[in-house]
Design a protein around this ligand. Sequence first.
Ligand SMILES: Nc1ncnc2c1ncn2[C@@H]1O[C@H](COP(=O)(O)OP(=O)(O)OP(=O)(O)O)[C@@H](O)[C@H]1O
Length: 232
Amino acid sequence: MNGPVLEARHIGKRFPDQMHIPVLSDISFTVGRGEFVSVMGKSGCGKSTLLYILSTMDTDYEGELLIDGELMTGKKSGRLAEVRNEKIGFVFQFHYLLNEFTVLKNVMLPGLKLDKYSEKEIEARAMKWLDVLQIKQLATKMPNQLSGGEKQRVAIARALINDPLIIMGDEPTGNLDKKNSNIVLDIFKNLSDEFGQTLFIVTHDPDFAEHTSRIIEMEDGMIIHQKNSARR
Ligand SMILES: Nc1ncnc2c1ncn2[C@@H]1O[C@H](COP(=O)(O)OP(=O)(O)OP(=O)(O)O)[C@@H](O)[C@H]1O
């Protein structure tokens, strides 16, 4: 399909214990193929809540969500899990690598859950991404032998293994020092520029956001501003 990768239509959210205060109100936007979008806003403005809805993990919201032109709202949990596994790659603030497996196996795991590629292909793809991210030499290491920045690069390789339509990130540089944040930012820019990867990243960091192609700015659960950055 050639329509938007992601489309939010008038999304709203209230938590059951605080029904009178909307945490999100009337959030509407689309993300097109190959866009590198960042979402900025002060702590508590609703960024993580929004990402949880966009990634289909929270199904209790107002409005509609479409991924790759398919309406997600009201879909059964089985279909939502399929869409998550096939179309979305996740990168979080913490890497969530499994300490009992090697780097290579960690990157391969989401691929092994799907029938999309054979095990041999998954291994080749994992090695390709480890190479692109310049951590191929770490393939046989265990996660606890890596630095924080290296772990986050492994997490990015893992997010790429199923050739996702979109990568969603929740503060992926939030736990990194400046040097490693810049490495991760360069990786995302490279994925966007060289591979046409669509990226949707929640961040606190204005320096990071400045390098994305569009910034969605939120305040008190609403979008207050959207701007295309100077980058393109
Ligand atoms: N399960 C919940 N029940 C009730 N209120 C919640 C729940 N989760 C989040 N909230 C409230 O919703 C608002 C938005 O929270 P959210 O975590 O989405 O903000 P955020 O912009 O991601 O913040 P941060 O940058 O600190 O991660 C906050 O006021 C928060 O207290």
